[in-house]
Design a protein around this ligand. Structure first.
Ligand code: VGL
Ligand code: ZN
Length: 213
């Protein structure tokens, strides 16, 4: 297989590899822990590594409990449709911590998102109101980044929204498929890949980055 060479203007975004999305967590993604060794192998290749943390207030608008509803129902909030989740990644709890086996000594930025009580943020670039930027696009541009590689959890939510918004912000985007795992709620994974494909997001496996030159 031809190797995809990492360049000085590439960044790796490690999305939400947090305890609550891994085995035993409040919103465990099936096989979520499996992304950790792959991300640990990828990270040293990149000149810029950014990790994100889903970082919600207690009583966050994305929590089913806040609305006295059941998890995985959908409701309309002031900014549009919102899937309701079990309480997860409450700021400063062990569930919100990065996975203990994630080894990212070279990560230069940790971005927390979803921290406003009334608005969710699957995307690392923009909150779900589609108005409030996180500042990530500006950070990456100032660092001279042209292409981002996205890995982490979950493929069909935070990874996909981050990849799509990365394209909208003008970056080339590659999702490292085998370094992601999905929730897959009512066809969300197929839909996410379709939307990412339509937006010009490339889909690669770790092997393409690690293969001998
Ligand atoms: C995520 C659902 C709720 C994710 C975050 O990281 O994909 N999914 N909050
Ligand atoms: Zn969340």
């Amino acid at each position: 297989m031809a190797r995809l060479d990492i360049k000085a203007d590439d960044a790796l975004l490690v999305v939400d590899v947090q305890n609550d999305f891994c085995a035993g967590g409040a919103l465990a993604v099936p096989d979520g822990d499996a992304v950790v060794p792959l991300i640990n192998a990828l990270a040293p290749l990149f000149p810029v590594v950014v990790a994100t943390q889903d970082w919600h207030t207690p009583g966050h608008a994305s929590f089913a409990s806040t609305h006295s509803r059941d998890p995985f129902e959908t409701i309309d909030l002031h900014y549009g449709q919102q899937v309701l989740w079990p309480d997860h990644c409450v700021r400063d709890t062990s569930g919100a911590a990065l996975h203990p086996e994630l080894v990212l000594p070279d990560a230069q930025m940790i971005l927390r998102k979803g921290h406003h009580a009334g608005v969710d943020s699957y995307s690392a670039f923009q909150e779900a109101d589609r108005l409030t930027p996180t500042g990530l696009a500006g950070y990456l541009r100032e660092r001279g980044i042209a292409r981002i590689f996205v890995a982490g959890l979950a493929t069909d939510f935070c990874v996909a929204w981050t990849a799509l918004d990365g394209r909208a912000a003008g970056f080339e985007v590659v999702v490292v498929e085998d370094a992601c795992r999905a929730i897959d709620l009512e066809g969300s994974l197929d839909r996410a890949w379709r939307e990412m494909g339509d937006a010009g997001v490339l889909r690669k496996d770790t092997e393409a980055l690690l293969a001998p030159a």
